[in-house]
Design a protein around this ligand. Structure first.
Ligand code: PEP
Ligand code: MN
Length: 339
């Protein structure tokens, strides 16, 4: 449930309310807004039956959260969450474009990708160092060396870094170089990993599992939030369907649905979402029209030579063209693209 505190409540009253709720066995998340304080209390609502909270001094209202996910739901926070990553805002009016190669293969290639992506709308540089590959014989990523290259290239062009964490044992090394920790589709329900990123402070980019429902997806986000980290960016990256022409089916209808039930920002990844270069432009436009807060696009200086996901990576020139069209749609739906 959500406890709305009166604007004129004193500090002592708020302390009294929180202590009372804790004594009833509730886990609390206190959100101090500009106008008022809101307390999210997670636990067995039956515990309250004979202990009314609404009458405690300083309480304005008590609203039950009926959804299975609580902290990430709109009932908990009415306004959209805007995440500030070193001054780069994710979830606001400006679209967050995250671009870069599937995997970092050398310093030169990530530098070139960063140069071209940052010149056209992208403030977040992506690139995998630890790659979760379906086959053990595919390129598995360069590991820690790639993180150094990624950081260096991002810093040179004033970008922030998102990269995937696949194993809780790598959290220190990945956090040393990354600004946003990515949890990939294959790990969306790796609960130990979700708890680990929930217990640290960097924002988390959570990708939808390929067979996850919207409810599974939001409950995975709730696992992170419940550990204390509410800076979560959701990413629709396609789900498995019977269709074989595309690698996945990009479920754009989940964007307005998620926006209506959750306050978290959500971006779309048409590269992994379709696996097909021809789909990336049109699906980027459609995602922005559907209300996505940003895009994740794979961009490689030479996709034919890519060690992973070349078929779904744009050349820098193709990326420029897509971004020119994204700017038009963004304008039509009241969004902007970074200059
Ligand atoms: C990626 O973004 O590098 C990736 C592996 O994506 P996904 O987890 O969506 O397959
Ligand atoms: Mn990829």
């Amino acid at each position: 449930m959500v406890i709305v505190i009166r604007p004129d409540a004193t500090g002592e009253q708020i302390d009294f309310i929180t202590e009372k709720l804790k004594s009833y066995g509730y886990k609390l998340n206190v959100s101090k807004g500009v106008e008022r304080t809101i307390i999210g209390a997670i636990g067995d609502e039956n515990a309250l039956r004979d202990r009314p909270v609404k009458t405690l001094p300083g309480v304005e209202d008590v609203i039950p959260i009926l959804k299975p996910y609580k902290l990430v739901s709109r009932d908990f926070r009415k306004e959209d969450t805007v995440i500030d990553v070193k001054g780069v805002k994710i979830g606001g009016k400006e679209l967050s474009v995250m671009a870069g190669p599937c995997s970092i293969e050398s310093y030169e290639m990530i530098h070139e990708a960063a140069r071209r992506a940052s010149a056209h709308g992208a403030k977040v540089l992506r690139g995998g160092a630890f790659k979760p590959r379906t086959s053990p014989y595919s390129f598995q990523g360069m590991g820690p060396e790639a993180l150094i290259y990624l950081r260096k290239a991002a810093d040179e062009f004033g970008m922030v870094v998102v990269t995937e964490l696949t194993d809780p044992r790598d959290i220190d090394i990945v956090s040393e170089y990354a600004d946003i920790l990515q949890i990939g589709a294959r790990n969306m329900q790796n609960f130990r990993l979700l708890h680990e990123v929930g217990r640290q402070e960097k924002p988390v980019l959570l990708k939808r599992g390929m067979s996850a429902t919207v409810k599974d997806f939001l409950l995975a986000a709730e696992h992170i939030a419940n550990e204390g980290n509410l800076n979560i960016i959701l990413c629709e990256r396609g789900i498995r369907t019977f269709e074989t022409e595309t690698r996945n089916t990009l479920d754009l209808s989940c964007i307005p649905i998620i926006k209506s039930v959750s306050h978290l920002p959500i971006i779309a990844d048409p590269s992994h979402g379709t696996g097909k270069k021809v789909c990336i432009g049109p699906m980027s436009l459609a995602a922005v029209a559907a209300g996505a807060d940003g895009l994740m696009i794979e961009v490689h200086p030479c996709p034919e030579e890519a060690l992973s996901d070349g078929d779904q990576s744009l050349t820098p020139d193709e990326y420029d063209e897509v971004m020119n069209r994204v700017e038009v749609i963004a304008g039509a739906v009241g969004r902007t693209v970074a200059k």
